[in-house]
Ligand binder design. Structure first.
Ligand code: 5RP
Length: 288
């Protein structure tokens, strides 16, 4: 039985004070359920509205490409500087310390490798993502690829259905096949298709006129870093994306293939969250 001793009547009802409605900071996410918002708030900093995701899911397509040969040696030391980790479940289970306490955006489709290019990917059961305490799941969509477009859109759709059931946001990842355009028209279309099919976050690539891509996408966009660039250029890329309205970066090779990966991720973080200019961020990179 509950302890009935000294039960005090409530006094502070705040009569006349309107209850705070608690709007949500993230674009297009106000109407989501609590669990979704909680997970999104782990990925995106509620103060800046932005995120630096450290992507190291490359091995599931590329194998041991440069920088991810030994996740324990090259990636684990960077984890403390990232807002969110993006990786596949095998590496998460085998190499990422669960004590990292970082949100995970789990790569949740599988089936392609660089040996066959775009392929008929399948979606991993969302229950496994829940078991891994993932804060989001990421699914690739090959817009414009005759062979796999419909199948990968269906994958996204399925992931969104399953994600909704468990309160797990879905990140739509726009693929770049060999024959696909890389301009604002294409990325705008691909990003919008992801969002229309229910993606809560879209990952795409920076391009000229990126503000148009962002403007017509109703959910937050993060940009992939793409192939390794000289550090200053990679910082410029991040800066231009953020200035165009991106909600962050999901960067891999430009961090872990850098000569100084720990310095690089901290410089990228300063660009994303503090709006540091590329010049100042490059100075920071050099100082670190
Ligand atoms: C690889 C991916 C990567 O996560 C994504 O491309 C980001 O990495 P990078 O900055 O190296 O492009 O989806 O399949």
């Amino acid at each position: 039985m509950a302890d009935l001793d000294d039960i005090r009547d409530g006094k502070n009802y705040g009569v006349g004070v309107a209850q705070s409605c608690g709007g949500f900071f993230l674009k297009g996410s106000s109407h989501l359920d609590w669990g979704m918002k909680d997970r999104l708030s782990r990925i995106f900093n509620p103060v800046t509205g932005k995120t630096v995701m450290l992507a190291f899911d490359h091995g599931f397509i590329m194998g041991p490409t440069s920088g991810v040969e030994r996740i324990d040696l090259s990636i684990v030391p960077l984890i403390e500087h990232a807002d969110c980790l993006m990786c596949a479940r095998g590496v998460l289970r085998s190499l990422v310390p669960p004590t990292s306490r970082k949100p995970v955006c789990l790569r949740s489709d599988a089936g392609s490798t660089i040996l066959t290019e775009l392929n008929h990917n399948v979606v991993i059961d969302v229950q496994d993502a829940v078991k891994l305490n993932a804060s989001a799941i990421a699914v690739m969509v090959a817009i414009g690829d005759r062979e796999t477009e419909a199948e990968t859109v269906a994958n996204l759709y399925q992931a969104v259905d399953e994600g909704q059931a468990f309160g797990v946001p879905v990140m739509g990842v726009t693929a770049v096949g060999k024959d696909m355009a890389r301009d604002a028209r294409y990325f705008g279309l691909a990003s919008r298709v992801c969002a229309e099919n229910g993606a809560n976050i879209v990952k795409t690539y920076y391009t000229e006129d990126f503000e148009k891509v962002v403007a017509c996408c109703p959910v937050p966009i993060v940009i992939a870093g793409g192939k390794k660039l000289p550090e200053l250029e990679a910082l410029e890329l991040a800066y231009k994306a953020i200035q165009s309205g991106a909600a962050g970066v999901d960067m891999g090779r430009n961090v872990f293939q850098s000569d100084k990966p720990a310095a690089m991720i901290q410089a990228v973080w300063a660009v994303v969250h503090k709006g540091l200019s590329p010049k100042d961020a490059f100075q920071m990179y050099n100082d670190l």
